[in-house]
Design a protein. Structure first.
Lengths: 225, 216
């Protein structure tokens, strides 16, 4: 009996060490995707830039506008669907509109990848055309600093903090861009989404979320993943 | 005793790391897909959107016509885009058994090469697919409804069918992820409208009929 209790105590200590190892695991840390060749920037703020936002509790931002149909069915219950107006650094007024879908990825694992979501954009620049941005976003770094540190461990949020969310699926850790219509049809490129969280309270509501989608679109033909 | 404790530590550590690596943290609900094999070795699948139940959001410029009226109330293109020639619609998507299997976005905008339409279909547990086509002319659906007797601003009931693109070639499946990775093909988009409400809300269905095959 004494040996069993020692074994149990050891398991608890070992499990705690394992959790600490996962918490500080550099393999699931923020991406270091290259940004310098991404010559185009589109910006958004949440929730201000959201023309529409719907989910069923998947993210700590309320759906909008009031009365929007929620994604309650079992197949889409963990998804997020947003319509965003995007600005550029040169213009105060929005220059593009995007549909953005977030779907939890089956490639999520906490040892070497992180908390991953398929982050799929359909972006339209009026007069220019539409393009798809196919990204895999790692939410573990921001979840660690907010839900784990603040909500679970009771620590204050050390913000504002910047995150590079994009973690693939391109081999260089960036997102693929695939032109769809107009001047963008048939063109390929790369993109990275990074965002800032100004504050996060114990009520699990973030404030001051601003993001920017940086991308480059060129004329090279490329096979998609 | 020390051995038992150390053994416990190793077991606890290994257990947590193994769970982190191998536990199915994300296991999306997935319904059986309804695909049929077509003569040239491709596969066909039809997706259905029921209006107004499956319409999640819509916003567009005045040139886009009846469908550009913000949905739900409060959804509208912001200042700076409000007169832009663009129409963004978002939907839930069903299979032929009428079960919701995913979400979709449809963007329409004119360009120098003519109007263009792009669909993003996201089917959790299966992947996403991208569909593009030469888009319909501005207010094409409005024109079809007018030809069927609807007066501007008035409710209407009846039935009209409109296919986009109207002319050959059909729309193209240009890529996708996971199950749809490496596929290309064609699609047609058919709107069957059976009514228009007092506030301009459409009733009917949208059918996306896709035929896909492995890219060679």
């Amino acid at each position: 009996m004494a040996r069993f209790l020692m074994l149990l105590a050891g398991c608890v200590v070992g499990a705690g060490a394992g959790c600490a190892a996962l918490y500080f695991n550099p393999l699931t840390g923020p991406s270091d995707a290259k940004l310098d060749d991404l010559d185009r920037t589109l910006r958004y703020e949440l929730p201000a830039s959201a023309i529409a936002l719907t989910h069923s509790g998947a993210i700590p931002l309320p759906p909008r506008p009031d009365g929007i149909e929620e994604l309650w069915e079992s197949t889409v219950r963990t998804n997020v669907l947003a319509m965003l107006a995007l600005t550029s650094p040169d213009h105060e007024a929005p220059v593009a509109v995007a549909s953005r879908a977030l779907v939890p990825s089956r490639r999520t694992e906490l040892l070497s990848s992180g908390v991953l979501a398929d982050d799929l954009w359909l972006l339209t620049i009026p007069g220019e055309g539409s393009m798809y941005v196919v990204a895999e976003t790692n939410f573990w770094p921001v979840a660690k600093d907010t839900l784990v540190s603040v909500s679970l461990l009771g620590r204050p949020f050390e913000g504002p903090r910047d995150y590079v969310g994009t973690a693939g699926p391109a081999p260089d850790g960036r997102a693929f861009v695939h032109g769809a219509t107009g001047d963008l049809a048939g063109r390929r490129g790369r993109a990275v989404d990074r965002f800032r969280v100004d504050d996060f309270g114990r009520d699990r509501v973030p404030s001051g979320i601003s993001g920017e989608l940086r991308l480059v679109v060129d004329g090279e033909e490329e096979q998609l993943p | 005793m020390k051995t038992a404790f150390l053994l416990g530590v190793l077991l606890g550590l290994a257990g947590v790391l193994a769970a982190a690596r191998y536990a199915p943290w994300v296991d999306p609900a997935r319904l059986d897909s309804h695909t049929t094999v077509v003569a040239n070795g491709g596969r066909a699948e039809t997706f259905v959107i029921r209006l107004p139940a499956d319409r999640v959001a819509a916003a567009g410029g005045p040139g886009a016509g009846l469908r550009a009226g913000g949905w739900p109330a409060g959804a509208a293109l912001p200042e700076g885009l409000e007169s832009a020639d663009v129409l963004v619609e978002q939907f839930k998507v069903r299979d032929r058994d009428d079960r919701v299997i995913g979400i979709a976005a449809r963007h329409w905008s004119p360009t120098d090469d003519g109007p263009g339409t792009a669909w993003l279909l996201v089917l959790p547990g299966r992947g996403a697919m991208w569909l593009t086509a030469g888009g319909e002319t501005a207010r094409a659906l409005d024109a079809a409804l007018s030809a069927a007797g609807r007066r501007d601003g008035a409710p209407w009931s009846g039935e009209i069918r409109a296919s986009f693109p109207a002319a050959v070639p059909a729309g193209r499946l240009i890529g996708g992820t996971d199950e749809f990775d490496g596929l290309d093909g064609t699609y047609t988009e058919t709107w069957t409208i059976t009514g228009v409400g007092e506030s301009g809300e459409l009733s009917g269905t949208i059918e996306l009929a896709t035929v896909a095959s492995k890219r060679t």
